[in-house]
Design a protein around this ligand. Structure first.
Ligand code: DX5
Ligand code: ZN
Length: 215
């Protein structure tokens, strides 16, 4: 079954509890951490994680769009992250960092910017719990889906079958009810959705429709 990870970046922060109540049927809560350095936007960090970790939420899926993620991953894990995605473009010692994440029973994902080819992951795929394929340039919610970047899901799906690997495929950026069927057909397992869920009149219906999609 397809999993849905609503991105809190698109939520109304003035009514966060109400926003969280709308997405209870989803699988994860996607947290976009941006540092104004790796990406041209600044969002939120530890205080939000700490607050979410104190209440009953969906498992936290933390997407780090920050330079030098190894300096901060431990604190994100302390605050209850269930998945941590680090950008391949941001980390020099990726294998070491992934092992550190996995040693705490947190799922280690690697995120790829739209320009980064699948073969950049070749030597690291057996160590991963998942790949987060970006289908927009990271930084903002509500951007247009880049279909060429989505082709990487298809490539990664055939590699995992050929090599007998079991990493999950997540996709993030411009996913809505029009683009979701394509990425599901390509092999995506987890769909991150911001605007399409939080700016919809019926988030619950959107989540339900996506979860019903079949490969
Ligand atoms: C983009 C973020 C996404 C974003 C998705 O930098 O990583 O998670 O919130 O938003 P939508 O689904 O609106 O493109
Ligand atoms: Zn994200």
């Amino acid at each position: 079954m397809i999993k849905v990870s609503p991105s809190i970046l698109a939520a109304n922060f003035l009514n966060l509890q109400q926003e969280l109540d709308k997405i209870k049927t989803a699988d994860y809560l996607h947290i976009d951490v941006m540092d104004g350095h790796f990406v041209p936007n600044i969002t939120f960090g530890f205080p939000l994680l700490e607050a979410l970790n104190r209440v009953d939420t969906l498992p936290l899926d933390v997407h780090l769009m920050i330079s030098d993620p190894s300096r901060y991953v431990d604190r994100f894990m302390d605050f209850g992250a269930r998945i941590i995605a680090v950008h391949i473009e941001a980390e020099t010692h990726l294998h070491r960092l992934l092992e550190r994440i996995k040693s705490r029973n947190v799922e280690a994902f690697v995120a790829l910017n739209p320009h980064t080819p699948v073969n950049a992951l070749e030597s690291i795929l057996p160590f991963l719990d998942g790949v987060l394929v970006m289908t927009v340039n990271p930084g903002f919610t509500g951007q247009k889906f880049i279909s060429l970047a989505a082709e990487k899901i298809r490539q990664l799906d055939s590699i995992r079958r050929e090599k007998g690997l079991s990493y999950q495929l997540a996709v993030d950026g411009g996913i809505n009810l029009n683009t979701a069927p394509t990425v599901v057909e390509y092999g995506a397992d987890i769909l991150v959705m911001g605007a399409a869920i939080f700016r919809s009149d019926s988030p619950k219906e959107v989540i339900e429709k996506v979860k019903e999609l079949k490969r």
